[in-house]
Ligand binder design. Sequence first.
Ligand SMILES: Nc1ncnc2c1ncn2[C@@H]1O[C@H](COP(=O)(O)OP(=O)(O)OP(=O)(O)O)[C@@H](O)[C@H]1O
Length: 458
Amino acid sequence: MAVAAAMAAAAAAAFPGYTPPLPTTTFNITPVTHLGPFTLRLHVRPRRAAAITAAAAATLREVCAGRVPDHVLQRAEEVGYVVPTEVQEQSLPLLLSGQDCILHAQTGSGKTLAYLLSVFSAIDFSRSSVQALVVVPTRELGIQVTKVARLLAAKACTVMALLDGGMLKRQKSWVKAEPPAIIVATVPSLCQMVERRAFTLQSIRVLVIDEVDFIFGSSKQVSSLRKILTSYSAASSRQTIFASASIPQHNRFLHDCIQHKWTKGDVVHVHVNPVQPMPSHLCHKYVICSKKERLHVLLSLLERDAPKSAIIFVAEQSERSKKAGNPPSTSAVVEFLRNSYKGSLDVLLLEEDMNFNARAASFSDVKGRGFMLVSTDIASRGFDLPQTSHIYNFDLPKTATDYLHRAGRTGREPFSRLECGVTTLITEDEHFVLQRFQNELKFHCEELPLESMFTLTS
Ligand SMILES: Nc1ncnc2c1ncn2[C@@H]1O[C@H](COP(=O)(O)OP(=O)(O)OP(=O)(O)O)[C@@H](O)[C@H]1O
């Protein structure tokens, strides 16, 4: 052992950059067969630690060589995608071989690029037909995925976004005149188009369902999703990819995929970091205060944190409150901040009831400059605004999964370990719920005493 270590040290000194192989462990196994017992010798070499793998890792170009067209890889490099993230490194060899996959990895880990590279490897750029379909739960995520797909395609093929009911009439004639190779769509828009026979899904080679647990969890969308998976096209004739940071009961889901023929029988579950669902560089805090104190505590937090950009999550308005004619809580928070917050960030609003144009405008406003976005949970899935340094849960999320996705809107620069903050405002009665989330998601949340808030504002 000492001799091997000395030889490795000598080799490292003689050849800078040389990394000696990790030591091999040998196990002797003695199975008993009908021929009698014999000894099997197993040599096991451990994987290097993640940091070392990343440093010595192949580039994205090397991982995709021969599978993804060169012009797409060239664009990826120009955009800044040079080294694969962990989920890309693990999933791309499978995805690019055409394997059906469930991509299950932390928020901000780079699942979008992984499945888009698979899409670009499968489509025939010279054919004029719909060949790939990416289904998303919200328009905002759709806008974002379309943007990345168009950046990579760089006019070599058409990418169409079907996200808004109001646009569908015009888009129907565009699809017929010149079928796009890739369509990014929300479930209702896609079903409307297919039911109006604007196009069929028979020719698709790749079907991606992003945020799959969210779409399956929506009673309004689930039956349409089942049709997309089984009636409009067949699993045997396409590659099917599901992606999410949270797939509750994933073994059951894997079983359902095969049983219901949503995928082929050899679908693979790529689960990165299974023991740690929450990204480790997020710093979680909470403040216990009454509902009346909440706005002032929020203001105080914004003054002490001075975020680069922030998202403030507010609960969706209940049907009862809507019927009573009350304004939504999001509006009250926006109004308060516009009157009281003295910092430099723009205060913006995003919620379900806004029309498509207002939502799209609000979404594009936040791109590229400092913002403070007040939103319901529609901003919690897939939203990628890497400059977001802080998340505030003005209202406690309903479930641990919602907490995970809200928190995951920060800390979205894959190779940065910069600490980002997630702060939750709770009443005394809600404390046990937050503790349950911590147990389920395995993270630690530190209390900020209320007194420290008021010392700062007074
Ligand atoms: N190889 C890469 N190199 C550099 N940046 C990358 C790479 N892959 C992805 N990114 C960036 O990482 C960020 C997060 O990626 P992405 O939106 O795909 O995450 P995700 O896994 O889909 O997260 P979520 O589950 O929250 O939707 C994006 O800003 C993206 O541009």
